[in-house]
Design a protein around this ligand. Structure first.
Ligand SMILES: C[S@@+](CC[C@H](N)C(=O)[O-])C[C@H]1O[C@@H](n2cnc3c(N)ncnc32)[C@H](O)[C@@H]1O
Length: 391
C-alpha cells in the first residue's frame, strides 16, 4: 500500500469508530476485508488510527472536522506535514483537499483542546497534577513504551536481556523496578519469542511492577489479589516471595487466562469465587488493583479518555470505596491492605485512601507512592494500609 492508501484506510476505520464501533473491532473488520495489506501496512494503519484517537480533539480542530478525514488532515498538520502531499486521489489515496479544507484553523496548544483532555476533566487534571498537568497531558498524546517483567524465579534480568537479544528483541533495564525491561526494538516479536513462551518474561508496564515492589511480601504469607483481572499483578507477586496466592475478581471470566499464565510462569495461583472468599480468608496481604478511570494508561487505551464522564468517575470513586471496605474485612489481625489504581487523579488516589482511613477506625496509611507518565511509565498510585495499635 502507498502512504496515501494507508491514510485512506485509517480514515475509513476512524469513521467506523466515530459511528460507535470499538477501535479493535473496526481494525479487525478492515483487516478481514483487506487481505492485500501486508504486516507493515497493517502496523502503519493501526498506528495512524491510535495516534488519531490519542489526539482526537486537537487533530479534529486542526483538520476542521470530527471525521476520519478531518482527523488525518489535522494529524498531518500537527506533524508539520502539508496534507496536500498525501491527499492526492492517486493510488487509493484520499481525495484532494476541498477549498474549505485548505486553510489550517487556529489552535491554542496549551488549552485543554490543544492538549487533548476533555473540558470537564481539565480542572480536575490540573488540581491533581499541579505544575505537571500540561506535561502529563502532552505525554498522553504519544505512544506508550513496551515493557517486560523478568520472572526472577526463572532468570536474572541481565541474562533475560541477552536471551531476548538472540531473538531480535532489544531491551534496556528500566529503573522503575528491578524486574523491568523497556523494549527498544522488536516489540511486535515479543509474543513469539521462546523467552515469552517459556515464561521467562511477561508483558507488563514498569509502574505495574513497581506497585507490586511496594507490597511487604514475605515467604509463607497468604496473599489475596482481590481485583485480579487477567492476573498480571498476581503473577508479579508470585515472583517476589514463596506465597500462598489467591486471585479473585467480581467477574470470574476476567480470570480465565490466570491458570495458563500461572503454568507458563511455573507458579501456583488459586482462583476464588466471591462466595469462597469468606471461608478461605483471612489473608496476610489483601491487594486491590481497583477499577478506575484508567487515566494513567490512556496512551494504551485512548478511547477511555473520551468515554469517561464525570458521572462515570463518580461511580468509580464510589465503587473503589466499596471495594476497600469489603477487602479490609478479609485482612488478618496483623495483616496489610493495599490499594492501587492506574490513575493520576487525586480523587481516586490520595483522597480515596484518606477517606478510607477517616471512615474506618483501626487503619492508617503506612506508605503511598505514585508514578506519572512524564517519567516514562504508565501513571499509577498505590497506598499500603496497616492497622493502628489501638485498632
Ligand atoms: C484494574 S482491573 C485489574 C487488573 C489486574 N489486576 C491486572 O494487573 O491485570 C480491575 C478489576 O477489578 C474487577 N472488579 C470490579 N469491581 C470489583 C469488585 N467489587 N470486587 C472485585 N473485583 C472487582 C474488574 O472486573 C477488573 O477485572
Amino acid at each position: 500500500m502507498t502512504p496515501g492508501a494507508r491514510v485512506q484506510a485509517a480514515i475509513e476505520i476512524l469513521d467506523e469508530i466515530l459511528a460507535g464501533t470499538p477501535a479493535e473491532k473496526s481494525l479487525t473488520n478492515w483487516g478481514r476485508r483487506s487481505r492485500f495489506a501486508g504486516s507493515k501496512d497493517r502496523a502503519a494503519v493501526r498506528d495512524h488510527v491510535f495516534h488519531a484517537l490519542r489526539c482526537m480533539r486537537s487533530h479534529a480542530a486542526l483538520g476542521g472536522a470530527m471525521s476520519g478525514r478531518g482527523l488525518l488532515i489535522g494529524g498531518l498538520r500537527d506533524a508539520g506535514v502539508d496534507p496536500s502531499q498525501l491527499f492526492t486521489a492517486e493510488g487509493h489515496a484520499p481525495g484532494v483537499l476541498a477549498e474549505a479544507e485548505l486553510e489550517q484553523p487556529p489552535l491554542d496548544a496549551e488549552s485543554a483542546e490543544g492538549l487533548d483532555i476533555p473540558d470537564w476533566l481539565w480542572p480536575l487534571f490540573c488540581k491533581s497534577l499541579g505544575a505537571e498537568a500540561q506535561a502529563a497531558a502532552a505525554v498522553l498524546r504519544t505512544r506508550a513504551p513496551v515493557f517486560l517483567r523478568v520472572n526472577l524465579t526463572k532468570i536474572e534480568r541481565a541474562d533475560a536481556i541477552l536471551r531476548l537479544a538472540q531473538e531480535e528483541v532489544v531491551t534496556l533495564p528500566h529503573d522503575a523496578s528491578a524486574t523491568a525491561l523497556e523494549v527498544t526494538e522488536g516489540a511486535r516479536r515479543v509474543k513469539n519469542t521462546q523467552c515469552y513462551l517459556q515464561g521467562l518474561v511477561e508483558l507488563q508496564d514498569a509502574a505495574s511492577q513497581a506497585v507490586v515492589d511496594t507490597l511487604p511480601l514475605q515467604d509463607g504469607q497468604r496473599v489475596l489479589d482481590f481485583c485480579a483481572g487477567g492476573g498480571g499483578k498476581t503473577l508479579a507477586m508470585a515472583g517476589r516471595a514463596q506465597l500462598s496466592l489467591f486471585a479473585h475478581d467480581v467477574d470470574p471470566r476476567r480470570m480465565t487466562d490466570v491458570p495458563n499464565r500461572a503454568e507458563r510462569a511455573g507458579v501456583q495461583i488459586t482462583c476464588l469465587t466471591t462466595e469462597e472468599l469468606a471461608t478461605t480468608g483471612p489473608f496476610d496481604v489483601v491487594f486491590c488493583d481497583a477499577p478506575c478511570s484508567g487515566s494513567g494508561s490512556w496512551r494504551r487505551d485512548p478511547e477511555g479518555k473520551w468515554r469517561l464522564t464525570s458521572d462515570r468517575l463518580e461511580e468509580l470513586v464510589a465503587l473503589q470505596a466499596e471495594i476497600l471496605d469489603q477487602a479490609a474485612m478479609l485482612v488478618s489481625p496483623d495483616g496489610v491492605l493495599a490499594f492501587a489504581t492506574c490513575s493520576m487523579l487525586d480523587v481516586e488516589n490520595g483522597l480515596q485512601s484518606r477517606a478510607f482511613v477517616a471512615r474506618t477506625p483501626g487503619w492508617k496509611i503506612a506508605q503511598e507512592a505514585a508514578w506519572h507518565v512524564q517519567n516514562g511509565t504508565d501513571g499509577f498510585y498505590v497506598s499500603v494500609f496497616q492497622r493502628t495499635k489501638t485498632g
